[in-house]
Design a protein around this ligand. Structure first.
Ligand code: BG6
Length: 487
């Protein structure tokens, strides 16, 4: 880590992510006194605009996307004063030179570049920066997903950036890593003595990871169609969560130790084949239905034509290493689910021997379950067995819940936007919560095995009515193994 970068340069500055997340996050960092003195933010996009017009746009975005009690006119004015705008089109050397002029004299104090553009612009933008002399050892570059659409194309994107920047200058964003609850998985596993000894195939029956969304296409047709839930959510966010759940304990909380362990777990994912995809994966696409009491249209209607893109995917994955041998990881994610709900369920095995009747029969004995809710609520619940009060001859057991509500435990603390953590770490050069190239490639290698399997097996998405947890085959995927989704 070094002194924080003195300049933040955002490409794609007029886009949705910039308005919803990046500028509100920068504003929050400023209002908490976390930005360096004399900080400069340069927004850049194709359209021509004056600094003033851009500042007004950002101010409007802050008013729209910050909670009303966070917006403070004085802070917003200081924030505006830090912001400049430079119109830049890939390949336009004059515009890159104008950008360099704005940064003149500041480069040695660090420049963090953030690419929130389509990936096809990553390499040309990086080249423009290089030609304008803006890539020096203190320059860092952050980039948003998608990084490719398969392993081969991700290599092209990474090579495009990688021949101009060292890997230690590259910060691949997965915004799930900025979420407190995802980071809290590290605290839960490695900050407590009681979980780690049980965190393996001897004690764990299976793991479930669910990321459910109620939204549909949200006007993202041009991006989403042809991409689908597997590439949009599993390749990145869900596999990052999986890697944190599955990895070996890192020796230290530093970028190399943590990412070395994550990549080992990702590389241990058992590739799927055109045979296993049939039983270990489900694709779905939403049709009209009702979500939260609202009637909604189907995917094909929103798109205006039929499509083979999946908006739901369920998978049964295996991690072929010593720790996880034989433990299925069930993953599912989809749009137009009944609830916005992201959670991890660790289902423990039954006790080795029941003293409460044969196999616990009739006593109510159940295996323990650990539920880690990531959003919208934030809690950790451990279901444990307890004696039901009473004088029955045979002991009766009931599940009771050890319930840690993180929202209540840290009630005085503002829940931060995931991007606040990530931008702060980018400015400071701490890459622990960013995705290394080998992780992205391991993720794609596994995803490619599924996509190839789907192609070979000619698997099309099955229909599910909006407001359901995917097609019925998703229920069968887990129930065949004698388990069920934790809804
Ligand atoms: C994005 C996906 O990466 O994550 C979106 O492209 C998805 O399709 C979003 O809606 C979910 O993020 P969050 O933070 O709302 O769970």
């Amino acid at each position: 880590m070094t002194d924080p970068s003195a300049t933040f340069l955002l490409f794609g500055a007029t886009g949705d992510l910039a308005r919803r997340m990046i500028f509100p996050s920068l504003y929050n960092l400023l209002s908490d006194g976390l930005l360096p003195a004399d900080f400069l933010i340069i927004g850049s996009a194709r359209s021509e605009m004056s600094d003033e017009a851009f500042r007004a746009e950002i101010d409007a975005a802050l008013k729209q996307f910050l909670p009303a009690d966070r917006y403070d006119a004085d802070i917003a004015a200081s924030f505006g004063a830090m912001i400049q705008y430079q119109s830049v089109e890939a390949g336009n050397a004059d515009q890159f030179a104008a950008l360099a002029e704005r940064i003149d004299g500041r480069l040695e104090r660090g420049l963090s570049v953030y690419l929130s553009t389509p990936p096809s612009l990553f390499a040309p933008t990086a080249q423009g920066l290089a030609d304008a002399g803006l890539i020096v050892p203190t320059t860092r570059i952050a980039m948003e997903k998608p990084i490719g659409k398969d392993l081969a194309s991700s290599r092209v994107v990474n090579d495009g950036i990688g021949h101009l920047f060292g890997e230690d200058q590259i910060f691949r964003v997965d915004h799930y890593l900025g979420k407190e609850t995802v980071q809290n998985l590290l605290a839960l596993r490695f900050g407590n003595v009681m979980f780690e000894p049980l965190w393996n195939a001897s004690a764990i029956d299976h793991v479930q990871i669910t990321v459910g969304e109620t939204v549909g296409l949200e006007g993202r047709v041009s991006y989403y169609d042809g991409v689908g839930a597997l590439r949009d959510m599993v390749q990145n966010h869900m596999l990052q969560i999986l890697s944190i759940i599955a990895m070996e304990p890192p020796a230290r909380m530093d970028p190399t130790s943590v990412r070395d362990e994550k990549v080992k777990a990702l590389r241990s994912l058992r590739p799927m084949t055109d045979e296993t995809v049939k039983t270990h994966s489900v694709r779905g696409q939403y049709t009209p239905g009702a979500v939260s009491g609202q009637i909604v249209t189907g995917y094909a209607d929103e798109l205006g034509q039929p499509s083979d893109t999946e908006t739901f995917v369920a998978l049964k994955a295996y991690i072929d290493n010593w720790r996880w041998q034989g433990v299925p990881f069930y993953l599912r994610t989809g749009k137009r689910m009944p609830q916005r709900q992201s959670e991890i369920v660790i289902q423990f095995k039954p006790v080795r021997h029941s003293i409460f009747g044969r196999d616990g029969h009739g006593s109510g004995l159940e295996p323990n379950t650990l539920v880690i809710r990531l959003q919208p609520e934030e809690y950790i619940r451990l279901q444990i067995m307890s004696k039901r009060p009473g004088l029955e001859q045979q002991v009766k057991l009931d599940e009771v819940t050890l319930d840690v509500s993180l929202t209540a435990a840290f009630a005085g603390q503002r829940r931060r936007i995931a991007y606040e953590r990530l931008i702060l770490d980018l400015l400071a050069g701490n890459a622990t919560l960013f995705v290394r190239r080998d992780e992205v490639e391991a993720q794609w290698a596994w995803i490619d095995s599924i996509i190839n399997g789907w192609k070979e097996a000619n698997m099309k998405p099955a229909a599910y009515s909006s407001g359901n947890w995917g097609p019925s085959s998703a229920i069968a995927l887990i129930e065949r193994d004698g388990a069920s989704w934790h809804d």
